[in-house]
Write a protein that binds this ligand. Structure first.
Ligand code: NAP
Length: 353
């Protein structure tokens, strides 16, 4: 377990290192907003060098609430809202990313992203439902849209002076069954929420590894299970009624305070993933001296650049789950499948693979 004082000193060192540019997809609520608040607080409390943060979401009212809170905490910071449509659509993702690229280009030499958080889409237990682009809504919000964002914003991440970081908040470590011939889970006999979650976790690891191998070796890529963090996601009307009932009247009163991660701690932990402990592969190559200070990556090596973490920010990769198949072949399969979904959606088609 990474102790909280280590988390806090990592955040203090981060904000003192240089001015930061951060982007929060899903920052209008829940864990994204707690992380944004942690950044504003770390900046204000530690004499940070400055921050420019973009918050992406659908609801302007929620955005205004969190942005004004951050401006109160850290008046020198720049906090901007980028309004998005439905991010389960790849074409919408592309429009939003184009807007962020344009906004940052106006900063001239300073244009970059140092920290990118992906936490859009809180609803779980939904039945399979396809977007007009042919991808299941939940799988798109929590996997496809996120990988598309990384690819689209990679030029800005590569301009960072820090080893930049991408943090995708979902369900790392929850690999179970995989249907390699039905990655999209189109066969309804294969589909359940937990099965979809398993696919999205495998696909996170394999796609991120493929990106790191190709052109993102200078970016630390993190997928984390945040633990149970109470927030709007658990009262969403999209959730099945039985879940909302059990959650509100049974789970939270009986077990809530024993098993949940406080929102302030959650935000601080997510921000601390920008620390050198989760460095990109290119920043650690051959550095055996530092291996004790580095988290273990998804390939079992300290500092490999792609990390699957538990709520305590420690590696949770289920190595044995990946031994059931040829990992190199599966990585290529997942990569090709995902790129093909992007190409079809970008051309206005319906993905059917
Ligand atoms: N909270 C937990 O205990 C927990 C535990 C395990 C895993 N997770 C995972 O962690 C991630 C973040 O969870 P959270 O609790 O922070 O979720 P949340 O509170 O529901 O926040 C989700 C964010 O995503 C945005 N969003 C949702 N649907 C969207 C859509 N179709 N298009 C654009 N934006 C959309 C929302 O913005 P707008 O409302 O402005 O659209 C909101 O800012 C989720 O993937 C969740 O499954 C959470």
């Amino acid at each position: 377990m990474v102790k909280l004082d280590v988390v806090r000193s990592a955040n203090s060192a981060l904000v003192q290192s240089q001015p930061l540019v951060a982007v929060f997809f899903g920052g209008t609520g829940g864990i994204g907003s707690y992380t944004l608040r942690a950044l504003a607080t770390a900046e204000a409390q530690n004499g940070g060098k400055g921050v420019r943060a973009y918050v992406v979401g659908r609801k302007a009212e929620s955005a205004e609430r969190i942005l004004s809170e951050c401006r109160d905490i850290c008046p020198e910071g720049q906090f901007k809202f980028v309004q998005a449509g439905d991010l389960s659509l790849i074409q919408v993702v592309d429009q939003v990313c184009a807007e962020i690229l344009e906004l940052e280009e106006k900063e001239g030499q300073d244009a970059r992203i140092d920290y990118l958080m992906l936490s859009q889409g809180g609803s779980i237990f939904l039945p399979r439902k396809e977007t007009k682009e042919g991808i299941d809504v939940t799988m798109s919000l929590m996997y496809y849209s996120r990988m598309r964002i990384i690819m689209r914003l990679l030029p800005l991440l590569l301009k960072s002076n820090l080893p930049p970081r991408v943090v995708s908040v979902y369900a790392a470590g929850m690999e179970a069954k995989l249907f390699p011939e039905d990655l999209s889970l189109r066969d309804l006999k294969h589909f359940s929420y937990s099965q979809a979650r398993s696919h999205m976790v495998y696909m996170h690891t394999l796609f991120m590894e493929a990106l790191a191998e190709q052109n993102a070796s200078k970016v630390g890529l993190v997928h984390i299970f945040p633990g149970l963090v109470l927030g709007p996601a658990f009262s969403s009307p999209e959730l099945p009624a039985w879940f909302r009932f059990m959650w509100r009247f049974v789970f939270v009163p009986l077990f809530g305070r024993f098993v949940t991660v406080p929102t302030e701690e959650s935000g601080a932990r997510m921000l601390s993933l920008a620390s050198p402990r989760y460095a990109p592969q290119a920043a650690t190559d051959g550095d055996i001296k530092k291996s004790e200070e580095l988290a273990t990556g998804t390939n079992g090596t300290p500092g490999s650049g792609v990390y699957a973490l538990d709520s305590q920010c420690e590696s949770s990769i289920k190595t044995k789950a990946y031994e059931k198949f040829n990992k190199d072949e599966m990585r290529k399969k997942v990569y090709d499948h995902t790129i093909s979904a992007f190409e079809v959606a970008a051309q206005g088609g319906v993905f059917t693979e």
